[in-house]
Ligand binder design. Structure first.
Ligand SMILES: Nc1nc2c(ncn2[C@@H]2O[C@H](COP(=O)(O)OP(=O)(O)OP(=O)(O)O)[C@@H](O)[C@H]2O)c(=O)[nH]1
Ligand SMILES: [Mg+2]
Length: 398
């Protein structure tokens, strides 16, 4: 370890990053000369591990952890943090090796964590600092639109599911306090891909720590291949949905409302179709079978036309929001309501049509949106999952 003050370790996971690893390590050493660097390499076929070994030979502050074969980002971080916790590091930072996370932000990331450690673990102390693309001042450079939409959409979904106000939940540019990692416990973190980041964030918040978001300029990798894949996205989607459902069931239990979530699902899947059939029979008796069938067909056709029109509008406003860099929350909620409303309208039935029209018509949609947002906020606040997150605005480097 070099330098004085709080001992800091910067963990860099690598898999086939031979084109950038030397530059990134050099930039980390320049940005934070007192910190040590640990490269965690999963036997990269392109020789990244050998390059890292050479860097370690030239600089005693650089260390390398070699692992047998590609085992995923989550496992690499667990091993890297474990290595650091076995030694005397007090702050453990992490960044990607592909150049997406400019190391010049490292001083800002670690500074909220380098003071005296908090006396007790929780007590609202800052436990995690995130380099954030989605707070004011943050930005992405040269990112294809589909990647931005995936990342923003994923962040918004995870925020809603977990009931957190943190903006960039998937950010892989971070710094933790030693105590936070020890309290959270790494051994039972099962997430393998980039949902490891979401998993750690929710554990840090659940332990009672605050999270600080520092705006960064995220730069698209210029060399090497992305390790993002369909199974990695699917894992994140599945785990985030499960965590959201579990915490809602738990909060329903602790609020004394029993299995209210299960009850709602029961209503949706069993009671609604039964009511729907009863209404169709009633209408059929009133106006005759064929007029009822005709009415259902006309309603579905009208629904299909509306879905097409409102779907296009929702897509256009989503694109505009992403282009302007505004918060996508309203546009995403609207798009989700159009999707839900469209599905209900295309399903034959009168009750579903009423709800479907309410979701999809521009005059009624704001009301439904307000009700949904209020219901989600109420539940999240009641269960104590919404925590105030400190967010700082720092001008991006010129
Ligand atoms: N040790 C190790 N590192 C990995 C593994 N998968 C990815 N990495 C590294 O983790 C970091 C993030 O991976 P990326 O492929 O850049 O993933 P990403 O940043 O979500 O995706 P892009 O935006 O497309 O770059 C990079 O430094 C990778 O080399 C793995 O299985 N093992
Ligand atoms: Mg990357």
């Amino acid at each position: 370890m070099t330098g004085t003050g709080t001992p800091i370790l910067v963990v860099i996971p690598t898999y086939d990053e031979a084109g950038t690893i030397e530059r990134v390590v050099a930039e980390v050493r320049a940005a934070l000369p007192a910190a040590d660097v640990l490269v965690v390499d999963d036997s990269s076929p392109d020789g990244t591990g050998d390059l890292a070994d050479q860097l370690a030979r030239d600089d005693p502050a650089v260390h390398v952890l070699h692992r047998a074969g590609k085992q995923g980002l989550g496992a690499a971080y667990r091993a890297g943090f474990g290595w650091g916790l076995e030694r005397e590091y007090e702050v453990l930072a992490q960044l990607d090796a592909d150049g997406s996370h400019p190391p010049e932000y490292l001083p800002e990331l670690v500074s909220p964590l380098t003071g005296e450690p908090p006396p007790a673990a929780a007590s609202g102390a800052v436990g995690l600092v995130l380099g954030s693309r989605w707070v004011p001042g943050g930005a992405v450079v040269d990112w294809p639109r589909h990647r931005e939409m995936l990342s923003r959409g994923g962040s918004t979904y995870a925020r809603l599911a977990l009931g957190t106000q943190v903006c960039d939940v998937t950010s892989g540019y971070r710094a933790y306090r030693r105590g936070t990692l020890e309290e959270v416990g790494l051994d039972d973190v099962r997430s393998r891909g980039y949902c490891f980041q979401i998993d750690m964030l929710r554990r840090v918040l659940a332990a009672g720590y605050s999270v600080v978001e520092v705006p960064i300029r995220f730069v698209e990798r210029s060399q090497g291949e992305s390790k993002m894949s369909v199974p990695i996205v699917a894992e994140a989607l599945w785990r985030v949905t499960r965590w959201g459902a579990e915490s809602r069931l738990r909060s329903a239990d602790s609020a004394g409302t029993g299995l209210s979530m299960a009850r709602w699902l029961l209503v949706a899947f069993l009671v609604v179709p039964i009511v729907e059939i009863a209404v169709i029979i009633q209408v059929g008796q009133l106006i005759g079978v064929w007029p009822t069938v005709l009415l259902l067909v006309v309603e579905s056709a009208l629904g299909a036309w509306l879905v097409r029109r409102e779907g296009r509008r929702a897509w256009a406003s989503l694109r505009a929001v992403f282009d302007d860099g505004r918060s996508p929350d309203v546009a995403l909620t609207d798009a989700a309501l159009v999707l839900v409303g469209g599905t209900l309208l295309l399903t034959p039935g009168f009750v579903t049509d009423v709800v479907g029209f309410a979701c999809i018509l521009p005059v009624t949609r704001p009301l439904v949106r307000a009700l949904v947002v209020r219901a989600v906020a109420r539940r999240a606040t009641r269960s104590g999952r919404v925590r105030l997150v400190q967010s700082r605005r720092v001008d991006p480097p010129s």
